[in-house]
Design a protein around this ligand. Structure first.
Ligand code: M6R
Length: 611
């Protein structure tokens, strides 16, 4: 987590950095800081969001055209002024910003204390600064070599940037496990954790890989390994634009992203869903398609919302393609010695493409010889680059911490993949494929029609905004959607919510139901309809407040539920793409009623790059 921005060139560095840090605040927002080179290293930092840092800089400008900045998601040391980045060495010669965790910081710190170093705060990053200082003093090497030697001594992960007052036209950056890229302009270079801070200046980027560093000057950059082997890195051209990363008139990114979904789902299918030809083309996995078609099973690993999409994928791939699927939490995958080998295929799903646990699963599976395929949103992200093949979701930048459009794009990809594999495995007939492809093609317009229900959902949101608990129930394809609805509510409204397979309710959670408990029931017209109706009756019998999401023609559910939000009819297997939308809106509106910080909920970060 944490966001890093750096700049060297001809502009006022603090302007570029503060603007960039605002764009990266989704990565963490406990504290923020900046270091500008101007003869000295001028550091300004403090607890709170980037806007506080901006005020500090306005009150006492830090002038200069070289600098680095940081927005923090605390790992080691509470979020306070002292622990805010940048950190310095004992002599205040240089400043460092760091994303990641130095796992052996405690032993390094003890050793440094025994050599006379004193520390102001509790962070692992400050230890790294003192380690570099100590190495430079003892080994009598230049600064760059000292950084290299220090990085060889640390265990853990880092994306870091350093400025040194003795090297006034230089920034050193390095990466291991935490993303970092360079934006290449004319006589200026930008550094950032992702492309959003730099896209308004340049679309030319160089991605650093693990164990690489770069020495950046106004004139350009040299990338090398930590062991000092010079590299010739490819320059990539980004396709995103500035409008995609601005709110576009919406009060929050989350609401903007909820509204974008009819477009993003359509973008995700463009050139892939061939309605006339009754087939699906997924160029990113073409090369490995035979392996997929003949696979004995597929293992899916992901975290959070992406894991929920993976669960929907399990239902889709097993039902449509008759391919056995196991879905794993990426965070558990490598710790249980997974039985996966060169006959297996791991499919990882990640919006950011940087989630540390998912990346660890990728590496574990590759080490064991498995084929690894990715479904990622961020183009050029680490997971996208480290997988053998993959499919981009093309949902555009997702800034709100609560994932919305990424989920529907992931489910769209999984639906297309299931149809493609079903046809190739000869288990999905032409007529059934046609029905699904047509239904999928119609989803964007149906999603747009659900947006018109916001006022109706608002009545429910207002009524239940202060409920202490929520229960979400679903069956089959909509069980993962129940989990997703509960997660959305938890993370942005801080209301305790649980998602359950509806049938499990009577094995425990039913004890919670009374007249104060809102129960969101996903009860669409499908093969589980009768059973869902029984569950609604069971909730009603205990005076629970039923909020049903159902299909337009489902009069049974509409008559039974206290509140009802309808979605248009679609193919049963595609209902998650529609049922999730009212749940996203519900959680958004409740968060707004509760005056919660929708886009930056407490304790969270968009991209979880620590394990
Ligand atoms: O970038 P990823 O899809 O790998 O992220 C996985 C989770 O961290 C993410 O989905 C998280 O659960 C969201 N905050 C949920 O809204």
């Amino acid at each position: 987590m944490c966001g890093i921005v750096g700049y060297i060139g001809f502009r006022e560095a603090s302007d570029v950095i503060i603007k960039g840090l605002k764009r990266l605040e989704y990565r963490g927002y406990d504290s923020a800081g900046i270091a500008i080179l101007n003869g000295e290293v001028i550091i300004k930092k403090g607890k709170g969001k980037v806007v506080n840092l901006e005020k500090m800089v306005l009150n006492g400008p830090a002038k200069g055209t070289v600098g680095i900045g940081h927005t923090r998601w605390a790992t080691h040391g509470e979020p306070n002024d002292v622990n805010a980045h940048p950190h310095s060495d004992g002599k205040h010669d240089f400043a460092i910003v760091h994303n990641g965790i130095i796992e052996n910081y405690d032993s390094l710190k003890k050793e440094l204390i025994s050599k006379g170093h004193t520390f102001d705060g509790q962070t692992d990053t400050e230890v790294l600064a003192h380690l570099i200082e100590e190495i430079q003093k003892v080994a009598e090497v230049d600064f760059e070599t000292a950084v290299q030697l220090a990085l060889k001594q640390v265990d853990g992960t880092y994306g870091l940037a350093i400025v040194n007052k003795h090297e006034k036209d230089k920034i050193i950056v390095a990466r291991k496990g935490s993303p970092l890229l360079l934006g290449i302009g004319d006589n200026e270079v930008f550094i950032a954790s992702d492309a959003s801070p730099i896209i308004e200046y340049t679309n030319k980027v160089v991605y650093l890989d693990d164990d690489e560093m770069a020495v950046i000057t106004r004139e350009g950059y040299q990338v090398k390994t930590i062991s000092n082997i010079e590299l010739n890195k490819q320059v990539h051209e980004l396709e995103m634009n500035i409008e995609q990363i601005e709110k576009g008139g919406f009060p929050h990114f989350m609401l903007k992203e909820i509204h974008e979904q009819s477009d993003t789902i359509a973008d995700c299918m463009r050139g892939r869903l061939m309605v006339e030809e009754n087939r699906v083309v997924l160029g990113g996995i073409e090369r490995v398609l035979d392996r997929l078609v003949n696979a004995r099973r597929l293992v899916i690993a992901a975290c959070g919302t992406s894991w929920h999409a993976g669960l929907v994928g399990e239902y889709l791939l097993e039902y449509i393609a008759k391919l056995p699927v196991e879905v794993e939490y990426a965070s558990e995958f490598r710790y249980r010695q997974p039985l996966i080998d060169s006959n297996d295929i791991l499919l990882v799903i990640s919006q950011s493409g940087e989630t540390a646990d998912t990346l660890a699963a990728v590496r574990e599976a590759r080490e064991r010889g498995a084929l690894v395929i990715g479904i990622c949103n961020v183009v050029g992200s680490t997971i996208a680059r480290e997988t053998d093949a993959g499919i981009y979701t093309h949902a555009g930048p997702e800034i709100g911490v609560a994932s919305t459009k990424a989920f529907t794009a992931q489910v769209t990809v999984l639906s297309m993949m299931a149809i493609l594999l079903g046809q190739r495995r000869k288990v999905l007939g032409e007529a059934d494929a046609k029905e699904m492809i047509h239904a999928l093609h119609g989803i964007p317009a149906q999603v747009a029609s659900i947006m018109e229900k916001q006022d109706q959902i608002d009545t429910i949101s207002r009524l239940f905004a202060y409920a202490p608990n929520f229960l979400y129930l679903g069956r089959s394809y909509n069980f993962p959607v129940a989990l997703e609805g509960a997660l959305k509510l938890k993370e942005i409204s801080y209301i305790h919510a649980e998602g359950y397979p509806a049938a499990e309710m009577k094995h425990g959670p039913i004890a919670l139901i009374d007249e104060h408990m809102p129960v969101v029931v996903l009860a669409v017209t499908d093969h589980t309809n009768d059973k869902m109706i029984s569950n609604i009756e069971e909730v009603r019998a205990r005076k629970g407040r039923v909020i049903a999401i159902t299909t337009e023609n489902n009069h049974d559910v509409r008559n039974l539920a206290e509140f009802c939000i309808t979605i248009p009819e679609t193919h049963d297997v595609l209902t998650p793409l529609l049922t999730v939308i009212p749940l996203q809106i519900l959680s958004y509106q409740i968060a707004v009623y509760r005056k919660c910080h929708v886009d930056q909920p407490r304790n969270l970060a968009k991209s979880v790059t620590v394990e």
